[in-house]
Ligand binder design. Sequence first.
Ligand SMILES: [Cu+2]
Length: 154
Amino acid sequence: MKLKALLLSSLLISPLAFAHMDIMVHSPYARATPPNAATSAVFGEIKNSSDEMRKIVAVNVDVAGKAELHDVIKQGDVMKMRHIADFAIPAHGSLMLKPGGHHIMLFDLKHALKEGQSVNVEVTFANGEKYRFSAPIKKVMAGMKMDSNMHMSH
Ligand SMILES: [Cu+2]
């Protein structure tokens, strides 16, 4: 059984990505959406156990027509999210993706994100390497009032 799973995953993951286990994503999750919502986001902690700072420069998510790297800045009293060119993960450090901070933004959702399902994320590093992970869909509770402000910036 284990061998079969390994064979399957090697079909899904390129050999290049397979060789780079210095990147790990801890507790990833995607925000559940109501029906007909067009946007959502993916969060989690990206850990880099290598000696070099790593940069994520692009992201693809299977359920989204478009995915972007976003962070959140404060403009006056308003929190605004914006598209940024890369996510830097320090050597022997991590980058936390969380509501109100860095996140992977999903646009043009192909269907509603339902709790209990998951989305597949592929990130591309500055050196061309790719890393894939699966993010379970979860309901993100409360405190998301600023979300409506943030979404206005799009
Ligand atoms: Cu965003």
